[in-house]
Design a protein. Structure first.
Length: 377
């Protein structure tokens, strides 16, 4: 009931405003016509009609039908009285005067009809614009919800990928690794027993060498998938081990700068930083042609800063945009950037003809602080 009363009051106030505006414009027009009539002489009558029709057009365009009709009636009355001779205040109408009044009424009606049509078109346009804005807001909200769901799905896919790598690494190490170790011991025993037979001994030694190489490769693949040092001793030890092996395999000189007291981080942060270093070094080996690389990892009060740079061929802006936007989650630059974003951090890439710099930053909160000797959960 209170809402209906308020709406009724607003409607009455709006209608009163429209009538008031129309009457004020009419009064101004009449006053202007009376002022200009003595100055213009014979043309004063034409000016009076012109300003009266302007007032009527304004009312029809902006104030509605009711105010327009009122203005038309009052304007015609004012024009009629303005041109009556003082000695004959109420002259008898003549056919000519009646025809003139009918023409004025017709013109007034046409102006009111055109103005009302234009006003209704404007109102319809405003309503359509409002509906369009509402639809745009709804679609924007739906798009935000879809993007939020996509980000959650991407984060979950990365988490599942890391868990699957950890499981495969554990299976390789625990099952195949142990079987190969047992095979190595058996072959060693057999080789000792039949070393008198040179040909058999050479065959056994070759088999033993193959088994040891297989064991070494399985262990390397297992560690590359998910190094146990990352869980047991932390990011610093895992990076030192990985960089040493990478430099030996790729013949790229890698300068690793990590503080001795770097300490531990939550498991997801250590995994993200390790994967970023791993991906960058892989890209340097495959694409840059750089003979050297430098890794700098620093820890401030509220931020972890990782910087990786090389002196290779660099990445063109077009190629950088293509690599950044393409691929699947967890692969390449897009995967590194998504890992950082999921943890509240950022990843920036600067590339020129003489090298590339990748910088990652992760925020450190109180919940991120772990003792230096702690074990990741």
């Amino acid at each position: 009931m209170a809402a209906n009363t308020t709406l009724s009051a607003l409607a009455r106030s709006h209608a009163l405003l429209r009538y008031t505006a129309a009457l004020l414009v009419l009064v101004a027009a009449v006053a202007l016509g009376r002022t200009l009539a003595p100055v213009l002489g014979d043309s004063g009558g034409f000016v009076a009609y012109a300003v009266a029709f302007l007032a009527l057009a304004f009312s029809a365009w902006y104030c509605g039908v009711g105010p327009s009709i009122l203005v038309a009636v009052l304007a015609l009355a004012a024009l009629r009285l303005s041109f009556v001779h003082p000695l004959h205040p109420f002259p008898m109408p003549t056919p000519g005067s009646i025809l003139g009044m009918l023409i004025l009424v017709a013109i007034s009606a046409a102006i009111i009809w055109l103005g009302e049509g234009r006003r209704r078109e404007n109102e319809a346009l405003h309503r359509a614009q409002g509906e369009l804005e509402d639809h745009v807001k709804e679609r924007t909200l739906e798009l935000d919800a879809a993007n939020h769901g996509l980000r959650e799905l991407t984060a979950r896919l990365m988490q599942l990928q890391d868990e699957e790598r950890r499981r495969i690494a554990r299976e390789l190490h625990d099952s195949i690794g142990q079987n190969l170790a047992a095979l190595t011991m058996n072959l060693t025993k057999v080789g000792a027993e039949i070393e008198r037979l040179s040909q058999s001994a050479r065959t056994v030694n070759d088999s033993l060498t193959l088994a040891e190489e297989m064991h070494k490769e399985i262990r390397t693949v297992s560690y590359l998938l998910h190094p146990p040092l990352l869980d047991e001793l932390g990011l610093a030890s895992a990076l030192r081990w990985y960089v040493e092996g990478f430099a030996e395999r790729s013949k790229i000189q890698v300068d690793l700068d990590i503080p001795d007291d770097f300490g531990r981080l939550p498991q997801e942060m250590e995994t993200a930083l390790f994967r970023t270093v791993q991906e960058c070094l892989t890209n340097i080996h495959r694409h840059s042609g750089s003979p050297v690389a430098a890794i700098h990892l620093a820890r401030a009060a509220h931020e972890i800063h990782l910087k990786i740079e090389d002196r290779g061929a660099g990445i063109s802006p077009e190629k950088l945009d293509e690599v950044s936007s393409g691929g699947t989650p967890g692969v390449g630059i897009r995967g590194m950037r998504e890992r950082m974003r999921q943890l509240g951090g950022s990843l920036a890439i600067q590339s020129a003809e003489r090298g590339t710099i990748v910088e990652a930053r992760l925020p450190v909160t109180q919940s991120s602080e772990l003792p230096a000797s702690g074990i990741a959960a």
